[in-house]
Write a protein that binds this ligand. Sequence first.
Ligand code: DGJ
Length: 742
Amino acid sequence: MGINYYEKERIFKLDTPNTTYMFCLVDKEGFMLHMYYGRRLSDYRTADLTRTRFGEAVPSNHERERCAFNDCMPFEYATHGLGDYRDDAFKVLNPDGFTATSLEYRSHRIYPGKPAIKGMPATFGKENECTTLEIVAQDPVNGLEVTLIYSAFEDVDAITRSVKIRNTGKYSNVKLTKVLSTCVDFEDDDYDTIFLHGSWARERTIDRNRLGHGKHYVSSKRGESSHQEHPFLALLGAGANEDNGEVWGFNFVYSGNFIAQAEKSQFKTVRVMMGINPEDFCWNLRSGEVFEAPEVVMVYSHEGIGRMSRTFHDLYRKHLIRSKYRDAVRPILINNWEATYFDFDTDKLISIAKEASRLGIEMLVMDDGWFGKRNSDDNSLGDWVVNENKLKGGLKYLVDEVNKLGMKFGIWMEPEMISPDSDLYRAHPDWAIHIPGRKGVQSRAQFVLDLSRPEVVDYTYEQVRRILKSANIEYLKWDMNRQITDLGSAGLDSESQGELFHRYVLGVYELQERLVTEFPDLLLENCSGGGARFDPGMLYYGPQIWCSDNADAIARLEIQQGTALMYPLSTMGAHVSDCPNHTVGRTTPFETRGYVALAGTFGYELDVTRIPEADRNMIPAQTKMYHRFSDIVRLGDYYRISSFHDNRMWDAWEVVRKDKTEAILTIVNVFTEANYKSLRVKMKGLDPEKTYRVSVFDIETGEDKEEGSLVLKGDSLMYAGINAPDGIRGDFRARLIHIVEA
Ligand code: DGJ
């Protein structure tokens, strides 16, 4: 079993293949103190891990200075207002007006498997794949029972944490004002942090910094995980890099407001916390009710950032994504957004589909603009009625025609939104999230539907369902193009307005749960103005998410690197798009755009009838490339070789089959430097004993080039490396190298 309790010493030890997490119970009050999280220990007996600078960690021996004592104790779940002045994980407002919390251990339970979290996404595992520990503690003064839930996986180095709170009835209502999902106190202070920051079209940029004193955090108060900051935080031990050193990664399985924080204290210890952002959060917990907080995934690696990423990838592929497409090859799609924007009709779409199918593309996705009177983004969200002026003959006719070409059909919807200029808004203005008496703040000329209201969820689901049932639609792009303002719900009383943000997210989850239950064969791609809701929560429902509205191959190097820090390549929506790129105006070779999109789901986002002939002629070889290498990309191990984000010169990554018999390596020369000896590329993840043939992929034929291919041992390829192939000189040029056991 991956979790054990040592009764005499009152120590809990959680083990995964390479990690150990330990905490203990002390004193008659049942304080829960964190002891250790790091490389796996063979024994629970360790020197001095429960001592503080005051000596033995027994609070009752330190009554005179209990405050100072509490302020340096490594608490397993930090409470509020009783002497621990570091930031807390748990705070309330009780009917007497008091906010303090404290926890006393009462009981625990260890069992195989892992419980689901009601109405929310979470990782899952069978009884032989993980073990769960539930610690039940009491806050008697507030009449609350707090359950700390830990699961340790047997096959991946991941531990999950979540929290459940029950009102035991002392008060008829206790307001929860802060319930974070994890809190880990580290004994050292010599760390760097990685946070991800960004903006629209610039999502998940890696930001590594030395951790100084005080609180350092990223958060969202936008109602979604957001373009701007990401529910992720990594702590890196001194000198840790891609392949070496200790790294602790934390990722929140949630799609709404979050906080991810590292705080270095006066005593040179570090507290990491993650959970729902307490700002604008206030949950009424009435007698007998239970509040369940979402889950945090914690991954430790003693082999640098790369190992952390591969562990997250394995965990999410095996224990988070449920879709039947998780491991399956996805159809190569062509999306008409950048091809036509709102200016399309049936004939235009069929002309794109005809040309695309001839070139090997397998699915047409009709994006925004097919419903209501929508010819711009000014109106019609909520009116999910086909615009027959554009789609002459209706949706089914179009889908049937596309199917006749041997192509699948996919559709775009933005179900969570309502345009002020829509029949839906005219009928139900109060269905928008709004504050009575205040002029609503529009964004992209739209408001957000109040999904905290069951009747709005029901109505919204019915619209999506009706469209999906009306024709042979095999893919849905579920978009969400604005963030939440005007926090007010006509469905909640004045006591409960602080529940709106979380209830909104629960509404989104309910919609998507209904969708994947009723349409298990649907390929669902989530999207939010690009990648503003690329988070583990959404991956529980759909196996892929549109990474960014910026599909420029060079900008994507950084966006995809940041995304691949924890998300598998199989989840990253990536397309070959038009040039000059619509977002940044850059022109890159069509070949390079193909290699960069291959590191994701792969597809096209351009008017295939209008691109240059030479580019169009490359598509058959690119589609062949996708089918040759998609298995490796989706299922293999990802290694970062060189990062343009760091060196501002070149980028390279490799994906290796799990059995190490085959790999692909992509090299992108971003900015050519003059007069260097050679660009040496050292591969990773191969078997040092195996012999491999190394060939450059030929974009003309879709085959490997025989000329110049090498046969070398894995150790030589990894430790001595190879020179970057000819043809890479020149800005934005790229090559794909195929490595296969000889
Ligand atoms: C934002 C998405 O990211 C785009 O791909 C496109 O679907 C537009 N919305 C449509 O409004």
